[in-house]
Design a protein around this ligand. Sequence first.
Ligand code: ADP
Ligand code: MG
Length: 221
Amino acid sequence: MQILTVSGLQKTYTTRFGSSKVQALKNVNFTVESGEYVAIMGESGSGKTTLLNILGGLDKATGGSVCYDDTDITKLADTALADFRLNKIGFVFQFYDLIPELTAKENILLPSKLAKKGKTDISDTVKKLGVENLLGRYPSELSGGQQQRVAIARALVNDPSVLLCDEPTGNLDVSTGNDVLSLLIDLNRNDNRTIVIVTHDNQLAEKCDRIIRISDGKITD
Ligand code: ADP
Ligand code: MG
């Protein structure tokens, strides 16, 4: 079953003073099956982050559609989109993007609070991610790998069907990166999460079900 269908996706950035345009995505088409683990690979500047941000509803396309099951998120109004993003999509960023003023636990629970779900029991998730002893710490008191594991716990707190990851190991040393990678594989294999991961890392991509290659805003393979 297809969980995600991307059709004719276009993104043109107009630079701040309107003097030039950058066509970052040029008619991108692909689908992702439910439970699949897909890597998006391409050189720096090829459009990977632009694509992932649009898939996650963090940025708007200038053409085409992004459908999760029957919902085309490019047609949603802002509040409906925010709601969809909060409940259906988990985002993991290269630089973790934890809120520095909140503890690990407060960071993990934030999406649940925003979704007014009032979840308080996160014991299963934090155990799985091995962060149960770090919950009272602030991000500045955590290593990069620990911060990323907290960020993954946060991405999972509202039980999203799809996890979008932008270079999640890009800022980590090889062995910490491998730990994070194993966690993601486990979430895919054992929890049946659909994962779309942007990466430079060939080793990481080899462990995925499929690699989508992007070059100059177009899918090449
Ligand atoms: P990648 O993640 O593959 O390195 P990006 O999606 O970040 O690539 O960028 C794709 C292209 O779009 C690049 O040419 C980049 O310079 C351009 N771009 C990205 N963000 C903006 C922006 N906010 N304004 C203008 N151009 C942008
Ligand atoms: Mg990028």
